[in-house]
Design a protein around this ligand. Sequence first.
Ligand SMILES: Cc1ncc(COP(=O)(O)O)c(C=O)c1O
Length: 438
Amino acid sequence: MATTVKSAAGIFERYAAERPNSLRAFERARTLLPDGVEHDMRVAHPFPLYIERADGAYKWDVDGHRYVDYVVGHGSLLLGQNHPAVMGPVREALERGSHFGASHEAVADWAELVTAMVPSAEMVRFHSSGTEATMMAIRMCRAFTGRDKVLKFDEHFHGWHDYVTNSVYPPLDIPMSSGVPGVVRDLVTAIPVNDADLVRRTLAAGDYACVILEPSGAGGGNTPTNVAWVRELRTICTEMDVPLLFDEVITGFRFGTGGYQKEFGITPDLTTLAKILAGGLPGGAVAGRREFVSQIEMRDEPGWNRGGRISHQGTFNANPLAAAAGIACLSHIADGKAHAAANAAAERLRTGFDRVISRHGIDAHTYGSHSFFYVTFNGREDRTAMGAIGAPLKAAMMLNGVQWGAMTSAALTEADTDLTIDAFDKSLTMLAAEGLLS
Ligand SMILES: Cc1ncc(COP(=O)(O)O)c(C=O)c1O
């Protein structure tokens, strides 16, 4: 279904005409900030929304439009925006000070929750983002094994640092970013998922420090993996003595109270966490086997502190506000009720969207599990699923009161998901009127 963003001119013109304040904000911001945004995913056609406030399942833009929110803080807001169980403790923490530049007891409370909830977590080190967490987890594996090479999988995203830019977005032979030295990229091998023999052959041919993957598949299951293959990966890594690293930055507290690993009973050596971990504030963590994480410890052993140990600083690691939000969020979601609500909302959307799709008689379907929902317009269940329909569909959905994303929160009511299914119906009609669905 080939088309270009230009052919949706009617949708984009209405989007622009109804958002003069976002356009003004964008025109100003783009002179100061690349594309006027701070995250590649926030670039939008014809220009991004500028948001004024958010609450529960909704956010409001600077032109006064309300949207049902499916970006959910890039996945970090399982409870929805501005949840009182999280914001109350954050406000209280703010009263006590935003940064102590010293230890505070809340960090151990936070770590206790992580170790209680995540099966692989024996010990925890907090960071300020998921990118920092995957960077550190790879370093821990390298330090532990004394090997340099990393095995990752095609399309799996692990943040934006140098060691994870290979083979993320199509075309896969072009790295995700320029500015990464070839010698760094040469240390990272990327192969397709779901092929156990290929994993065995690749590991046998090199000296690998770790295997890293998003266990549910690229983009939180956008390009799904087989559970049986992930289970076999665990066996292979054990047999071949290569540490297995689950990047559960998204799935960690979204797939359930203990992430993908608890849901499917597959325990990695190390786990990276972020997003819901910190309840919507900046935070990340590496959690896992004690012998890996404890490599950060200072020790009274000759040659350890300079030569053996892993160095780790970070001004905002486990700052009091993130710790307060993280503790409040994890405590609140530990009973699994928020997951059940978010999963049920995603299920309503997947079912409702499929009904709409068949009424329109178009070649598309929905997929996804847990609190994820994806629509494919080209039969492929992968990152290319929305194809050229993506930009016009997202703009049309915004005209119908929905900010498109792929994840739900527990704040969504049935009225919200009904509104969203209706918005999808209207948006497909708009796309058809532009000749984009024929
Ligand atoms: C699986 C995965 N790993 C790592 C990251 C990077 O996390 P952050 O954006 O907090 O740096 C992300 C972000 O979306 C992610 O989805």
